[in-house]
Design a protein around this ligand. Structure first.
Ligand code: 6R9
Length: 663
């Protein structure tokens, strides 16, 4: 069953690295996919007979209240695909009840507190009880099927319980990353039309309490539609501001209700959640994911990409506020009835060995994190001992490109060449993995996203001609030419934007927004965004949103933000601003202008460089030439490509001089 043993000497560019033999030695049985030919036959079936393929998977992986008859309707060209019509099911039943019936005392969630305080284990039967009690509370607070609920929570099990309780009663959750500012939270609450918000008094991060409820209070000042605020007491350290009857304590409310509530049976296409993400225009978009298709993608990819088995312990270090946290911290592992770790706090407090200690203590088999975390730990010289990672079979990477030297460090120093590295590529929009190696099956190459997942039919589009590039090693735009069940169905409240953003540019394709190429062995390599999205430590940020925040500053007349490469964060934000006549570039401008970004988006979007320039290169139609600014920042002095459309060509020279003075 296992591929032949090879010398796992990993050298960049030395060709594929086979599945490490240690994975098979540690395996509880054998991988779900028994070899590359098994993958190939399943994959080709998923492309040639997608309806048949996904119907079979849907019956195997999900429990239905009512069978579906139609596998799929609609098309990519019209951006209106829907799956498993007529079918009815419930997400929380699939994640909780069916395991609470079969394995009630099995740990569903292991919670590791910030700074490695307490550990709390929640079994499947306890999870069911908590989800049901909270479902009653939500109903009691006026939430009904189809209502939207905002969840602004730290990394605590209650965040997952809140998501599952929404799903149980058919409410649509919209989790907002706890690092977002009050203004950003408010925008998302208003756009989603939320009725209720679930939050906590405070969060804990690196030993310090961080206020959450005060941020929510500020956000709710202009959200008249929100009639309830449920507050989980995380620390109880600081007196919490209270507005009655809007605010209620979680612990007081759940006390009032019984431990079981039957789940709502919901149509397959009922919206399960919204998740806001940045695109190339200013306003974040709430991608809509629906119940059956999303759950199927989550279950199938967790099972086959990670080769997750029921007795495995999955540690996804990503935040619940991102799609990675939704799919691979909450839904995927719970759908499969395994154990998921909820880890609060930071990777380096109380020590940079924290993650390895957690992996050892809880016998983690799968670890999933972003390259930015790996760079941090590598720099800190943090390596586990072989004993600590003796159960680890799979090491996942997500969110941004992983440099070969970081990949090799992950493989050799963390995995001890006994765990399979899976560099997974996906997006909020795809719901689950789109390109990825398969644990225990495919050979891997450092920095390569490998092969398409089931049902994903990738193409590389020539940006000029709009035709498919068939030759290898030629970069173009990554697109998919076939729908798959877990793809987002719409942008909340703006279906036209959904169609325009993803389906109109090249008819019949879903456009990812990333550049990529296919190598001579058919493996895919991601080259980075082709639009105005910047990826800082795995956070997707829109240049338009950042620039709009800077332009709010009374002294700023023009602003351009570009992503420049950075050793630690992958990309860093570099702001170029020109100032209005009558205003001065004094020593405070930098700080105050950046505070506008922190206020509009959040601290995680803080720029690294802030350069005042006299003029910003623009086209005649007023478009900022970010490409030129990026090149100047990288030290380029002459080769700027086509500059014929610039309205102010002399600005290039002045910016070069101003950047030199800045350095
Ligand atoms: C899951 C997630 C999506 C964007 C995506 C791409 C980048 C994600 C990657 C990767 C290179 C990988 N990205 N995985 N780039 N290699 N393995 O991050 O979702 O927040 O929507 O971001 O992240 O640019 O388009 P999301």
């Amino acid at each position: 069953m296992s591929p032949s043993q090879t010398d796992n000497k990993a050298t960049p560019g030395a060709g594929p690295i086979e599945v490490p033999q240690g994975l098979y030695r540690k395996h509880p049985s054998e991988p779900h996919i028994t070899g590359i030919s098994h993958y190939r036959s399943l994959y080709s079936e998923s492309i040639q007979h997608p309806d048949f393929f996904w119907s079979r998977f849907a019956r195997q992986l999900l429990d239905w209240d009512k069978e579906f008859r139609t596998a799929r309707s609609g098309s990519l060209a019209n951006g209106d695909t829907a799956w498993f019509l007529e079918g009815r099911l419930n997400a929380s039943y699939n994640c909780v009840d069916r395991h609470a019936i079969n394995t009630p005392s099995k740990p569903a969630i292991i919670y590791v507190e910030d700074a490695d305080g307490q550990t709390r284990v929640i079994t499947y039967s306890e999870l069911l009880r908590s989800v049901c009690k909270l479902s009653y509370v939500l109903r009691d607070m006026g939430v009904a099927k189809g209502h939207t609920v905002s969840i602004y929570m730290p990394m605590v099990p209650e965040a997952l319980i809140a998501m599952l309780a929404c799903a149980r009663i058919g409410a649509v959750h919209s989790v907002v990353f706890a690092g977002f500012s009050a203004e950003a939270l408010q925008g998302r609450i208003l756009d989603a039309g939320c009725k209720l918000i679930i939050t906590s008094d405070e969060a804990r991060r690196a030993g310090k309490p961080i206020s959450m409820k005060t941020v929510v209070d500020q956000a709710l000042k202009f959200c008249p539609g929100v009639t309830g605020c449920l507050v989980f007491k995380r620390t109880g350290l600081t007196p919490t501001s209270w507005i009655s009857p809007r605010d209620r304590w979680w612990h007081e409310e759940v006390e009032k209700w019984p431990g079981y509530m039957p789940p709502e049976d919901l149509p397959a296409e009922h919206p399960l959640f919204l998740l806001y993400t940045s695109g190339s225009t200013g306003k974040p978009k709430g991608l809509v994911h629906t119940t059956a298709g999303y759950l199927l993608g989550a279950a199938a990819s967790t099972k086959y990409v990670f080769d997750l088995h029921e007795q495995d312990v999955f540690f996804c270090a990503g935040d619940i506020g991102w799609i990675t946290g939704h799919t691979y911290l909450c839904y995927g592992p719970l759908l499969l009835g395994s154990t998921t770790i909820v880890c609060e706090g930071t990777p380096t407090f109380p020590s940079p060995f924290r993650y390895w200690n957690i992996i050892e203590k809880h016998q983690v088999t799968h670890f999933y994190t972003a390259p930015t975390v790996l760079r941090l730990l590598k720099k800190a010289g943090s390596e586990p001992s072989p004993n600590q990672v003796s159960k680890l079979r799979v090491l996942g990477s997500i969110g941004e490109p992983i440099a070969p030297e970081v990949w090799l460090w992950y493989y050799e120093s963390v995995g001890k060449k006994e765990a399979h590295i899976v560099d997974t590529y996906f997006q909020t929009e795809t719901g689950c993995h789109a390109l990825a190696p398969l644990a225990g099956v495919t050979s891997t190459k450092p920095g390569c996203a490998s092969v398409p997942f089931f049902g994903v039919d990738p193409v590389i589009i020539d940006p000029i001609s709009g035709t498919e590039i068939v030759s290898c090693n030629q970069e173009g735009y990554l697109a998919f030419r076939q729908p798959w069940p877990s793809m987002a169905r719409s942008v909340w409240g703006d279906h036209t934007r959904f169609i325009k953003t993803y389906f109109n540019q090249y008819k019949g394709y879903y456009l990812t927004g990333d550049g990529a190429y296919r190598d001579s062995e058919g493996d895919y390599w991601i080259c980075g965004r082709i639009d105005d999205v910047i990826n800082v430590s795995g956070h997707r940020l829109s240049t338009a949103e950042l620039e709009a925040a800077l332009l709010e500053h009374p002294a700023v007349s023009e602003a351009a933000v570009v992503g420049v490469s950075d050793e630690m964060t992958g990309q860093a934000l570099s702001c170029f601003v020109s100032i209005k006549d009558g205003h001065k570039d004094d020593s405070t401008l930098n700080k105050t202008a950046i505070s506008y970004i922190r206020k509009a988006i959040g601290g995680f979007a803080t720029p690294k460089y802030f350069i005042v320039v006299s003029d910003i290169p623009k086209t005649r139609s007023g478009k900022i030439m970010r490409r030129i600014l990026r090149k100047i920042f990288e030290g380029e002095k002459e080769n700027f490509g086509d500059v014929s459309t610039l309205i102010n060509p002399a600005s290039i020279q002045t910016v070069i001089e101003e950047v030199e003075t800045f350095r």
